[in-house]
Design a protein around this ligand. Structure first.
Ligand code: F6R
Length: 243
């Protein structure tokens, strides 16, 4: 794992956007794996800026997201489908038919998971996957205890994850209890992974991650990133402060 420590959130976003733009410029047909949440917002702003001011095109890029809440329609403002449209897709020239996010209201969640894993394999491999990290070490919505062999699956969200994400909803009660997420094995199929972390709230998770190299274990799902040969952690001083 390559570790890049920078001053602050803006620099985390800057480092990540440079890596993404280099890939997009070098390979117009990139499959780009995307995350939601607060961490990648600055990255997405920079990518929009690069598109508008430096003509970087996403016309031939396919995107695939990590996860979606079960029970939320695409039109729900807190759905990850809506999040991606509002924060990135509507501002760049990506072809919406080439953006993939699980369906949060499938007839059968099990069938949707199998379909999504087939999508990953048919358009993949993901050339570059962006990840954030949960305070409990989750990647995607792979909560502690997740099998490292897991493919896309339904997960029951931990209480801490629902509390962390309640800020996107009117109340904690409205946060869905379940989600569909790429599994750990699905994520590790990516050719290159960038893990972004910023702020004091992530300091314990980053310390645990960096201490877990010799102790990769399901209690801290992000530890499985040590089994991949091309991971770059971009972290600011606050998130690195416990290391
Ligand atoms: C988002 C995702 C999650 C987040 C993580 C950190 O698609 O899969 O793993 O990356 O919960 O969230 P933020 O960035 O909001 O702290």
């Amino acid at each position: 794992m390559k570790v890049i420590v920078v001053e602050n959130y803006d620099e985390v976003s800057q480092e990540a956007s440079q890596l993404v733009e280099e890939k997009v410029k070098g390979n117009g047909e990139l499959v780009l794996g995307l995350a939601t949440g607060s961490t990648p917002l600055g990255l997405y702003e920079n990518l929009i800026d690069g598109h508008k001011t430096r003509n970087i095109s996403y016309e031939n890029v396919k995107t695939i997201n990590l996860d979606e809440y079960l029970g939320l329609e695409k039109t729900h403002p807190a759905s990850y489908n809506a999040f991606m449209y509002e924060t990135l897709f509507k501002h760049v020239d990506v072809n919406l038919d080439q953006t993939y996010i699980p369906n949060g209201v499938p007839e059968s969640a099990e069938e949707e998971c199998a379909r999504y894993e087939e999508v990953i394999d048919s358009i993949g491999p993901v050339g570059l996957q962006i990840l954030g990290i949960g305070t409990n070490g989750h990647i995607g919505f792979n909560e502690p205890g997740t099998d490292p062999e897991s493919l896309t699956h339904v997960v029951e969200l931990n209480a801490s994850t629902r509390e962390d994400n309640a800020r996107f909803f009117d109340s904690l009660d409205e946060v869905p209890t379940h989600a569909i997420t790429m599994g750990i094995k699905s994520i590790l199929k990516s050719e290159q992974i960038i893990l972004m972390a910023s702020g004091k709230s992530k300091a314990d998770a980053i310390k645990t991650l960096l201490d877990s190299k010799e102790n990769v274990n399901p209690d801290f799902p992000a530890s499985y990133l040590w089994t991949h040969n091309d991971v770059t952690l971009i972290v600011d001083k606050d998130a690195y402060s416990q290391v």
